[in-house]
Design a protein around this ligand. Structure first.
Ligand code: RP5
Length: 163
């Protein structure tokens, strides 16, 4: 894989950055080049549309979009691109992320957003790498290594509860 950015991460606010750290760690571990942007479906719709429209011609292959509250960002991005969009509902506000989850997952037919759990940036990053792994075998190999490590961790935990 060349060093051109393959994943675009769009977050609704700079206040969302800490939640994205787990996902970013995965993308670094998988050695997948990515770019992160802040935009808002409500506070800067023009910027959101332009990021979505330009992504494919810039070489982006998967988009991850995370937002909280009435989280329309992933859906709006998906409306303006045919690239796969993974949505991360972010916790925040009185409804603790359930508002964002429902806003992201309940897309109308024809415009899907692959939605992960609330604040699940790690899973979003793994899913993005799995999509890229179809085309880039080296990413699939790194994902297999990650799976092996998770297996080893389960076996280690199992030992610790054995009497
Ligand atoms: C959403 O509103 C953002 O994604 C963020 O989760 C939430 C709060 O944003 P700020 O008021 O902190 O900018 O649009």
């Amino acid at each position: 894989m060349d060093q051109k950015e393959k994943i675009l991460i769009v977050l609704g606010s700079a206040s969302d950055l800490p939640v994205m750290e787990d996902g970013v760690a995965i993308l670094r571990e998988m050695d997948v080049p990515f770019r992160m942007e802040i935009s808002s479906a409500h506070r800067h719709p023009e910027r959101t549309v332009s990021l979505a429209r330009q992504a494919r011609s810039q070489g982006i292959e998967v988009i991850i979009a995370g937002a909280g509250l009435a989280a329309h960002l992933p859906g709006v991005v998906a409306a303006y691109t045919s690239l796969p969009v993974i949505g991360i509902p972010l916790q925040g506000g009185a409804l603790a992320g359930v508002d964002a989850l429902l806003s992201i997952v309940q897309m109308p037919k024809g415009v899907p957003v692959a939605t992960v759990g609330i604040n699940a940036s790690r899973n979003a990053a793994i899913l993005a790498c799995q999509i890229l792994g179809i085309k880039y075998p080296e990413v699939a190999v790194r994902l297999d290594t990650l799976k092996e490590r998770m297996k080893a961790e389960v076996e280690e935990s199992a030992k610790s509860v054995r009497l």
